[in-house]
Design a protein. Structure first.
Length: 199
């Protein structure tokens, strides 16, 4: 197995490597047979919008080609991103959002052959080391057992759930879902890095 190197991408570099990132998406999520094109096109549309978000940041794992990536951006201060959250947001979450100190991890992907090698932890450390946000949030589908396993291994905790419409407009389609046709019963979970914890 080739040695894995991590590197940070600028917004311009991320846009230039979007096809390689989409390849990682398709391989990492291994959608239903025949759905790869739709999944890939939906992912590329969402990725194009995500790259334009304020303070977008991305790191990739490279082993003679991309084998993983992690990216996100600073949440908007308006709090619109939290629409659909079930229950009452803790006051510290609202305060961090209003002060522009919430960073959203939009996507973590590692291709199957490179999983369980500590790559996700290395990606997380490199991405978050330079962010001074008070709160880091990741959102996963309720049935995303692998995502939940990774977040738990990082020591993160579940903040709550979002209604089927999904959190804001940031969550990309996953595992054979198109943007326009998400299942009515789909529920998203929000996970947070413990307060005061560092990458």
């Amino acid at each position: 197995m080739a040695e894995v190197f991590l590197r940070r991408l600028t917004r311009w570099q991320a846009e230039q490597q979007r096809e390689a990132v989409a390849d990682v998406y398709v391989e990492a999520y291994e959608g239903d047979a025949g759905a790869e094109y739709r999944d890939r096109q939906g992912f590329l549309r969402v990725f194009e919008n995500t790259v334009q978000r304020p303070d977008f940041d991305m790191v990739v794992a490279d082993a003679a080609g991309l084998v993983g990536c992690l990216y996100g951006y600073r949440a908007d201060r308006t709090g619109d991103w939290w629409k659909g959250f079930r229950g009452v947001l803790p006051s510290e979450v609202e305060e961090s959002t209003a002060s522009g100190r919430v960073f959203l991890l939009t996507e973590l992907m590692v291709v199957p052959a490179y999983r369980r090698l500590g790559i996700s932890e290395r990606l997380r450390t490199l991405l978050l080391i330079r962010h001074t946000t008070d709160l880091v949030v990741a959102v996963i589908k309720r049935d995303d057992d692998l995502g939940r396993e990774v977040l738990r291994s990082w020591g993160w905790t579940k903040l709550g759930e979002f209604d089927p419409a999904g959190p804001g407009s940031t969550a990309p389609p996953r595992r054979g879902e198109s943007e326009a046709a998400q299942p009515d019963g789909l529920v998203w979970e929000g996970w947070v890095r413990p307060t005061g914890a560092r990458p």
